[in-house]
Design a protein around this ligand. Structure first.
Ligand code: JFZ
Length: 455
């Protein structure tokens, strides 16, 4: 059980984010200890508190594999982190007044979607409301929204429509906690300050009302992406029930206060898991910032970006890669250019990512494997010599080839598989090899590849 409560201790005041992270980690460790102590899969199952997702909805979402996360709002005017900079370094009154200057006249939803498409991304998730409480849509439930900024345009509505026009799925990030809302128990900085007066039931009604607006006015949504359910344990079930009632095929992430349909490892790639769906959320920013970080923020190298996607697909997970658009409404050309490079790679190798499942060879330093039909795709990232060895599989490999062409030698014995690709034939980042089998690749049990890389 994850706990999201914050104690208003001195550490929390000095560095709320770090304190929050520590609590999160402690909860995760406790959970691990409980599992080790025998609370295993065999333990009597408590009935699920909410209806499960539709399996076909999970499957369609997994097949997309790669999505664009967008963190945006008036905070982009400061180049500081969204919500976490409210209170420190930006004084609360200053932060809360930013929307009065929020006039990103170059915002063009179709252009954002084009950037996502060029990056090979198949869905898009926008921060409709982050922890700072500002709403990017025409909500009837608060005046603290984009219609009252000089922009005076429904950003969520325009983006949802552009996604529909261009055939990409749209999802809504909606922060569970709200450090601006007077009924929410915690406020800035970082949710570390407890309000004297609050009304969590009233806030929960507000949250449900807003989620209802988002699904009804801008749906169908591929996902409802809740975040940081401080004080919300036991209430998430209401969110999930409402969302499922309004849209039976919606997916809901695990940050509602009561879990959800998929896990969301943050700023790291999830572990290999074929049973529990997951999606890693990652920043393209070199400094790990979610919102616009200014012209010096920089982007991660192409190799790092592709390796995220390859390791995630190999572990059977998705990647939601974040951009932070600028205060003028455009996506930073440096971020867009990196995405275009990823899209160019996917245009060549997409068949080894989209619509595949992870395994059977578990991901590691060596690389990763994906599979579909009677085929395994090997993504070899690290070579130690020309030869590459893999453990034996109970299937006959009928053909082996380099996906982009070129020569490859291959043999299969009872001991395993041996592949050799001369250095000149290897790709700079990822050498993709297709192995055709005499049976469905999903029937193969997962296998670890020797640490340090085979060969
Ligand atoms: C959360 C947000 O706070 C962040 O701004 C961003 O939106 C990201 C996708 O999600 O990040 C978190 C959530 C929880 C912790 C740390 C960062 N935590 O509990 O330590």
């Amino acid at each position: 059980m994850k706990t999201w409560k914050l104690t208003a201790g001195s550490t929390a005041r000095a560095c709320p984010r770090a304190a929050l992270a520590t609590l999160w980690l402690a909860a995760t460790l406790l959970k691990g200890a409980a599992l080790a102590a025998g609370e295993s899969a065999d333990a009597p199952k408590t009935p699920p508190k909410f209806p499960p997702p539709l399996p076909e909805a999970v499957k369609r979402w997994q097949e997309r594999r790669f999505g664009m996360f967008i963190h945006w709002g008036p905070v982009s005017l400061t180049a500081k982190e969204i919500s976490w900079s409210r209170g420190a370094p930006t004084p609360i009154e200053v932060y809360d007044g930013l929307y009065q200057r929020f006039n990103p006249t170059n915002f063009n939803a179709d252009e954002w979607v084009r950037v996502a498409q060029a990056g090979g991304m198949k869905y898009l998730v926008l921060t409709t409301k982050h922890h700072d409480g500002f709403c990017l849509w025409d909500t009837k439930l608060t005046d603290y929204n984009v219609m009252n900024s000089p922009l005076h345009r429904d950003v969520v509505g325009e983006l949802a429509a552009a996604c529909r026009r261009q055939g990409i799925a749209f999802g809504a990030y909606y922060s569970t906690c709200d450090w601006h809302h007077p009924d929410f128990p915690l406020t800035s900085p970082g949710g570390s300050v407890k309000r004297e007066r609050f009304d969590l039931d009233a806030y929960n009604r507000y949250l449900l009302g807003q989620i209802s607006e988002l699904i009804t006015n801008y749906g169908p949504l591929i996902t409802l992406w809740n975040d940081v359910p401080q004080s919300f344990e036991g209430r998430g079930v209401n969110t999930i029930k409402l969302a499922r009632r309004l849209q039976p095929d919606i997916l809901i992430n695990d940050r509602t206060g009561d879990g959800g349909d998929y896990d969301t490892p943050e700023q790291r790639i999830g572990d290999f898991n074929l049973t529990r769906p997951w999606e890693s959320c990652m920043t393209i920013s070199a400094h790990g910032q979610w919102a616009w970080g200014g012209p010096e923020d920089g982007v991660k190298p192409l190799a790092a970006c592709l390796e995220m996607l390859i390791a995630a697909a190999g572990g059977d997970g998705n990647v939601l890669l974040n951009v932070g658009p600028r205060p003028d409404g455009t996506i930073d050309p440096e971020q867009a250019a990196r995405l275009k490079e990823m899209g160019d790679w996917l245009a060549q190798y997409g068949q080894s990512i989209y619509g595949t499942r992870g395994g059977p060879f578990k991901p590691g330093k060596w690389g990763a494997s994906t599979r579909q039909g009677n085929r395994i795709y090997l993504h070899v990232l690290t070579w130690e010599g020309d030869t590459f060895r893999l453990p034996a599989i109970p299937a006959k490999v009928t053909a082996a080839r380099l996906l982009r062409g070129g020569s490859l030698s291959f043999s299969q014995t009872a001991a395993g598989l041996t592949l050799a690709v001369p250095a000149a034939e290897r790709a700079a980042i990822d050498t993709v090899i297709a192995l055709d089998l005499d049976m469905p690749a999903m029937e193969l049990a997962p296998l670890a590849v020797t640490p340090g890389g085979p060969g």
